[in-house]
Ligand binder design. Structure first.
Ligand SMILES: [Zn+2]
Length: 503
């Protein structure tokens, strides 16, 4: 059984969960649900990043210990993810003992292997980035290019990671694995960074103490990035269960935003190499959600919008679907309240929800409430086969918007098929049965394929169609084969699955 280990970034514990985080987390959730249906052995991970100067300072400002501050804020992410129905298998916190153990073990390996040395470091440091900047990369008056706030000049005795030693091995990895980073534009960007030549980087801090202690030097803690990246290894047993780590690590897929490309696709693979780990993860990189439209741009910034603001309007499933369908994975994409509502209404209220309710109503009136079997040579069979092939390929390439587009095509074409045949005007008999058997079968398959984004509504629709078991346990690709609906099942009506939302 193939394995699939998918990770969100660990989210910075000082941030409030917003729709940008949610886009990443729901993408991982939907992709892993798809892999679960394929029968893969899946592990999905999210969590929070809890060390560093920023957390220490905001704890001081609030009169708390850093741990108290982290506990409080980490829970907000747990709640947010429960609120969008994430089925993550694990939630890691970088303040957990298992993580301390893994960070110390992995970096001790790098040290033992000769890739760590001591030197003086000085430079411009942005506290909010937790990063040093080159003079050239700063704005006027030494302001951070991301935060537009002044960077601070810092001097410290540090331990350095010999990143430059991995130039050739990293190049060889890019050459050997053409899809190590997708979409390809981000791979080119990472190769561009590599081509400029790598310089050694400081990996410890003596100026703060809210971090993981360096095992060979009591005066230092690891710089937050080195600590943070290792969470992906911790969670599959790096320090405490070598067999588990061996099994899962080669299947690692990191889903990240483009702002953390450098640390993830250059530094992290080099750290793994330094620790003697051979397998490199795959990276799937997305752009930013940019705020457009009227209603929400008043609140200013995408980071100000909590996922609950949207689930209140569209429901959990409706929000998940519109979020992934409307924002292709990779490029920057405009997010607006208006287009989310429109997408919800078009795909779910008018198309999918309408199909499920029509099927139940017409079967109730014309077929005594019992679903007829589909025709083997239905014109919808070809639509389903084509759409499935497109959707499966798109999920595999981490393109949920394309996958959903192909899936909704089944729904749209089935509604058109009903519109053309008008079974509601026919007398009960073989002609109605033929049309309705086809429509139920197409609705069944669309329901299976929509489960990764609308898990709750899909289960409800499954029951209304009278099908046994759950959608979650349907095996792909078999469950998408035309003819799976046996006929003779009792179909039931209910409230609209996706009531129309006013824009
Ligand atoms: Zn900054």
């Amino acid at each position: 059984m193939p394995r699939y280990y998918a990770t969100t970034p660990i989210f910075y514990v000082n941030d409030a969960p917003h729709i940008g985080h949610t886009y990443n987390a729901v993408t991982v959730d939907a992709v892993t649900r798809w892999h679960r249906m394929l029968g893969d052995d899946v592990w999905s991970l999210t969590g929070t990043d809890e060390h560093g100067l920023k957390v220490q300072r905001s704890a001081e400002e609030n009169g708390r210990t850093p741990q108290e501050q982290a506990d409080l804020n980490s829970d907000r992410f747990r709640e947010a993810w429960a609120g969008v129905n994430l089925a993550n298998d694990d939630f890691i916190r970088t303040t957990e003992p298992r993580h301390h153990q893994a960070v110390q073990a992995l970096l001790q390996k790098a040290y033992d292997n000769g890739f760590v040395y001591q030197d003086t470091y000085e430079g411009w440091y942005c506290v909010r980035c937790e990063a040093y900047y080159e003079e050239d990369d700063l704005l006027d008056d030494h302001h951070c290019p991301i935060h537009k706030a002044p960077a601070e000049w810092m001097t410290e005795e540090n331990w350095f990671f010999k990143l430059s030693a991995f130039q050739e091995r990293l190049e060889a990895w890019f050459e050997a694995v053409p899809d190590n980073i997708t979409p390809g534009g981000y791979r080119n960007e990472a190769m561009g960074i590599l081509k400029l030549g790598l310089r050694d980087v400081s990996m410890t801090r003596s100026s703060i103490d809210w971090g993981i202690p360096v095992p060979w030097d009591d005066d230092h803690v690891f710089y937050v990035w080195y600590d943070a990246l290792i969470n992906y290894a911790t969670a599959v047993g790096y320090a405490d269960d070598p067999e588990r780590f061996e099994a899962w690590w080669p299947a690692a897929h990191h889903f990240i935003g483009k702002d953390i490309l450098r640390f993830h696709t250059i530094y992290w693979p080099a750290m793994l190499m330094a620790a003697g780990i051979e397998d490199m993860p795959h990276f799937h990189v997305h752009g930013f959600l940019l705020l457009g439209g009227e209603k929400m741009s008043k609140s200013g910034n995408v980071t100000k919008i909590a996922p609950s603001e949207m689930t209140e309007v569209l429901g959990v499933d409706g929000f998940r679907h519109a979020l992934l369908r409307d924002h292709p994975f990779g490029p920057d994409s405009e997010f607006s309240y208006e287009s989310m509502v429109e997408r919800y209404n078009t795909d779910l209220a008018n198309n999918y929800g309408n199909l499920i309710s029509r099927v139940a109503t017409v079967v109730g009136k014309k077929c005594d409430g019992v679903g007829p079997a589909p025709q083997a040579d239905s014109p919808l069979a070809a639509v389903v086969a084509e759409s499935y092939a497109t959707a499966a390929e798109a999920w595999d390439k981490v393109q949920p918007s394309q996958a959903l587009d192909a899936t909704i095509r089944i729904v749209r074409d089935t509604n058109e098929y009903l519109q053309q045949n008008e079974p509601w005007k026919m007398d009960p008999g073989p002609e109605v049965d033929a049309v309705m058997g086809d429509a139920i079968e197409a609705a069944r398959i669309a329901t299976v394929l929509l489960w990764p984004t609308i898990p709750e509504a899909a289960e409800a629709a499954w029951k209304r169609l009278g099908l046994d078991g759950t959608v979650a346990e349907q095996p792909l690709p078999a469950a998408a084969d035309w003819g799976g609906y046996p006929g003779g099942l009792t179909v039931s009506t209910g409230d609209p699955l996706f009531p129309r939302v006013k824009g």
